[in-house]
Design a protein. Sequence first.
Length: 409
Amino acid sequence: MPAMDTEGNFRPCINAVENVENATDRSPLLPRNQISGRRNFRPIPNLHTENNVEGSENRLEGKKKTSDAGTLLHLVKGNVGTGILAMAMALSNFGLVAGAIGICVLGSCCTYCMKLLVYCSQMAVDEQTGRNQSPEPQTESVPSSANAAVRADQGMQINYQDSENQAFEENSYIVNALLILTQFGFCCVYLLFVGQSLREVFLNTKFLTSLNTTAIMALELLVMIPLNFIPDLDTLTVVSTTAVCLQSVGLLMMFVDFCSGPLSDSYILYLAPAWKWPLFFGTAMFSFEGIGVILPLEMEMKNKRNFPRILYGGMTIVTCMYLLIGIGGYLKYGADVKPSITFNLPAGCTSELIRSLFALAIFLSYPLQMYVPLSFVMPYLKGIFLPERRNRWVERAADWLIRATFVLI
């Protein structure tokens, strides 16, 4: 039963808050109409309370969780995509000094928005369960360690759909549609980039020159469809690790190329004309493309209390990588820099290896970007087309069919 505090208000009695490690009995949480808070939140579908805690824990035990290192790799790979290759072009549209400052400012803004998104989802859970009784917003980026432990233990977490339901009383489907379209856009860019890069490699090496970009993209699907059958982020860690390693080697080889040989003879602008500035902001904002995977990463993380530290560290790495490639590429090629810095590389074994490494790294990044729209649509489609009681193999076949269809789209 809920207890009364000194002011006569109800407060939840959760034994796990006082002794998280040894808690075996949990008192019921407060009913929604007895929660004191600044806002009456609607029920959260994924928030499990006393009526289904046991079933929730059983489901959580069977679901793989991601380690801290795996989350960091996913975070870096989710942000470092094709956009990093356009950083030199972005700096040419804003200027060397102004562009470097702009990348740092945009990186800080994106990091803050990611932190705010996770914080709002955690606040919604705390308000729903009655653990946050203070009328003033907390200054911590995450709730107390005890609350976080209870939330992780009972599966108290919400995803993008639930966050939108809390933020928008109506028309939350618009946010869903925009986020799905954004992630689909990234996936289309990835598919096209891989096709164009491999086409360039084939032409320069005089190998399979009869294949055009469309044919190469069609051949990509033979591997990309099975790759998207991976159901969870923990298993995707191997794919992200491979992609990060390949991309790191490619970036290192590219930076060595920037530092060797003469720099560009063209005039380097420290501040570009104002009419070019929107091109910089468009390219830079596209490059910081990882906000769509933030809540899934936090939800599937083993130690959620470490997420702020991983977020700050990962985004610092991402911003530094953007600065190195952007400044180095602009100084190397000046006004002649192309939308993708790989197309500025001269023909040769080293250049073709760099292009191939980036093509393979971006190819392996595709499943991570597709994970977000699939996490939105899969439960909805399964609820429509599959019966409530269904065979495990039927559900798995439907899962594969939906994933393959989304990749083909």
